[in-house]
Design a protein around this ligand. Structure first.
Ligand code: HEM
Length: 218
């Protein structure tokens, strides 16, 4: 299949996809309410703990503000209706999403540089690198007008954007909370929170490609 192939108009409504996007938005909102908002409402050394000394305080504020924008804008990019009916909005939201990722990742690198222990720092760098590379590939693909590749890399980018939410889901709800010490959990989930969802994403994306590619005639 050509990666530059025009996208055929499809006006049908996909209830399962719409429901999945609604769940993603709701879970993302829940994460922001539970883990982000308190930094704005309690601006003091006690609430920020080791994020209070500079430059970590500026880093976390940049990171969570831009991260929230990316987290809440991302799902709209997967709405086919928005793309087909209001392409201009799709472009504006897409650019805003990528700028937000760039700013949030800058904050993430700054935070990762200044955190400890080493193994946790290494895991955070891995996640930050996955974030900028998947989002950078999405941007590069659209600059080259490779729509299908752009779509696929945007899916990967958002899966990584969602990784911190996934981390909290694993950490808060997983049965492991009673089985592993806190640091073991953190060091496991900081890799698993993006590697496992990206693996599932890759299988789905490649299965779709296989279904749309005809086997060569013998
Ligand atoms: C996926 C790429 C992301 C990376 C690489 C990343 C990286 C980081 C780093 C390095 C820290 C500091 C950890 C420490 O010093 O020990 C942090 C904390 C934090 N991040 Fe992110 N982050 C990402 C995505 C997000 C998103 C999308 C949000 C949504 C707003 C977010 C919200 C937070 C919050 C609230 C904290 C404070 C710690 C906590 O309460 O869990 N992060 N992140």
């Amino acid at each position: 299949m050509s990666s530059t192939a025009a996208v055929s108009p499809d006006r049908s409504f996909h209830p399962i996809k719409a429901a999945a996007l609604a769940v993603v938005v709701l879970v993302a909102l829940g994460f922001v309410i539970k883990y982000v908002l308190h930094y704005y409402f309690n601006y003091n050394a006690g609430a920020f703990a080791d994020f209070w000394p500079q430059p970590r305080r500026s880093g976390i504020l940049l990171h969570i503000s831009a991260g929230t924008v990316a987290l809440l804008l991302g799902p709209w990019q997967f709405s086919r209706r928005l793309r087909q009916r209001h392409l201009q909005w799709h472009r504006v939201i897409g650019r805003s999403y990528l700028i937000a990722v760039l700013l949030a990742a800058t904050g993430a690198f700054l935070l990762a540089f200044t955190t400890r222990p080493w193994a946790w720092q290494f895991g955070l760098f891995g996640l930050a690198l996955a974030w900028v590379s998947t989002s950078g590939m999405a941007y590069y693909a659209i600059k080259r007008r490779q729509i299908q590749l752009h779509r696929e890399w945007m899916v990967r980018s958002y899966v990584v954007t969602f990784a911190f939410v996934t981390f909290r889901l694993f950490d808060d709800m997983g049965p492991t909370s009673h089985l592993m010490p806190e640091m073991d959990r953190a060091l496991t989930f900081i890799w698993a929170c993006w590697a496992l969802p990206l693996l599932v994403t890759e299988v789905v994306l490649q299965l779709r490609r296989m279904r749309h590619t005809h086997a060569p005639l013998r």
